[in-house]
Ligand binder design. Structure first.
Ligand code: APR
Ligand code: PHB
Length: 390
């Protein structure tokens, strides 16, 4: 098989790029290791910045998002039994975020690829990029034991943190930066009315908690847990009791509990690989960088990678101008690191660190007090949460 851009990974990054390029007449093939059902069973975060929502519309995938997603003009930070509202609209010059689950968004992207007869190959095993330093790179894989090959102009590594693309770059070329936090988030999904119409991020001495939602009948809640905990350690009753303890009384009194339909633990980690290009292979999304979920930056940062690649390929194929592709790594990394900084800041502010000294705890307190006494500090928080410009 021959194509222009061979995309490894059929998560949101790979599918979005494939869809956008298709609409500009650029051919792609997407190779995904898992089945579609498996990809669509993964539950991930659900806050989209406007830039990402716009990209969904440009990809002709925004209809259901605009119908079913919720526009949020603010969120709450809870601390010391009080709720403080961060007015995103006021502090970001009229901006907001869209609350729409990543699972739904991925489904919309798959449906769009189907409508346009896009080639997405599932259950692709042993995917391997080759000759990426040459002008004739190719990707090999197998399906049902049969060896296959895709020849292409460019390869996109959009295969997530555990993918093969980044690992195929020689270690003396790529530099990896990593920070692992000493805790995880236990998340549950429950078919209950969300406790608050807007998200609540709660700082508490027992640990962080988050009240989020997927719709007015589907809630998503998280609590910080030690890395040594497993899902089996947490019955539904224990989860709800701990969540309530960490929320202000006025919130926990309103919390509607019920059976959970999903429960999982995710470790918190920050990671960046530099550069994001090796020869004619480009890394995008989780393949190149991950953030702890606290600032809701993960998917959104993948979105800016896709935006830069999309415009880079359009300029390359339509105008013969490769500046965008040549500048991709530098441009993407500049925004990636700002998202890293913001995610680190919010994670550090809101979590309870097992090894923290009293001085650190005092700093967390004063940071919180400063935030809600300063318009400038709230503007900075709002500007980052709604997403820095591409
Ligand atoms: N060959 C083919 N596909 C692979 C391989 C491989 N060797 N390894 C991984 N994949 C697939 C995974 O199965 C997955 O479907 O690549 C896809 C990568 O998808 P994601 O992990 O969702 O990453 P990405 O598309 O970059 O999505 C952006 O930002 O912070 C996050 O939660 C956010 O997942 C979201 C991400
Ligand atoms: C979620 O709804 O899953 C979610 C929302 C905001 C975050 C993280 C996760 O910061």
């Amino acid at each position: 098989m021959k194509t222009q851009v061979c995309i490894i990974g059929g998560g949101p990054s790979g599918l979005m790029l494939s869809q956008l390029l298709h609409l500009k007449g650029i051919e792609t093939v997407v190779l995904e290791r898992q089945t579609r059902d498996y990809v669509l069973s993964r539950i991930r975060a659900g806050v989209l910045e406007n830039g990402f929502a716009k990209l969904m519309r440009e990809a002709q995938c925004g209809e259901r998002m605009d119908r079913e997603g919720e526009i949020h003009d603010g969120f709450f930070l809870a601390h010391a039994d009080k709720l403080n509202r961060v007015d995103l609209h006021k502090y970001s010059g009229g901006n907001s975020v869209m609350v729409y689950g990543q699972t739904e968004l991925t489904r919309d992207l798959y449906e769009a690829r189907d409508r346009m007869n896009g080639i997405v190959i599932h259950s692709a095993e042993n995917v391997q990029p080759h000759d990426v330093k040459s002008d004739m790179p190719y990707v090999t894989y197998s399906v049902g034991g049969e060896e296959k090959r895709v020849d292409c102009d460019f390869i996109i590594g959009a295969d997530g943190f555990h993918g093969v693309s980044r690992k195929s770059i020689p270690s003396d070329v790529i530099k990896e930066y990593e920070k692992v936090y000493p805790f995880g988030w236990l998340g549950v999904l429950s078919r209950t009315k969300p406790v608050s119409p807007e998200l609540i991020y709660a700082k508490h001495p027992r640990g962080f908690a988050l009240c989020s939602l997927r719709s007015q009948v589907l809630s998503r809640y998280y609590i910080q847990v030690p890395l040594t905990d497993s899902v089996e350690d947490w019955s539904d009753e224990a989860f709800w009791a701990e969540l309530k303890r960490r929320l202000p009384a006025e919130v926990s009194e309103q919390l509607i509990t019920g059976p959970t339909i999903e429960k999982s633990i995710a470790p918190l980690r920050s990671f960046v690989a530099e550069p994001m290009r090796y020869g004619n292979m480009f890394l995008a999304g989780d393949a190149a960088h991950i953030v702890p979920p606290t600032g809701a930056r993960g998917l959104n940062t993948a979105g800016s990678d896709i935006y830069y690649l999309y415009h880079g390929f359009v300029d390359h194929y339509q105008k013969g101008d490769s500046t965008g592709l040549d500048n991709y790594s530098e441009k993407a990394l500049s925004r990636v690191w700002k998202a890293q900084r913001f995610s680190w800041w919010l994670t550090t502010l809101l979590h309870t660190f097992p090894d923290s000294i009293e001085y650190d705890q005092k700093l967390q307190e004063v940071e919180m007090a400063y935030l809600f006494s300063s318009d400038a500090a709230q503007s900075s928080l709002a500007e980052n949460y709604v997403g820095l410009p591409f």
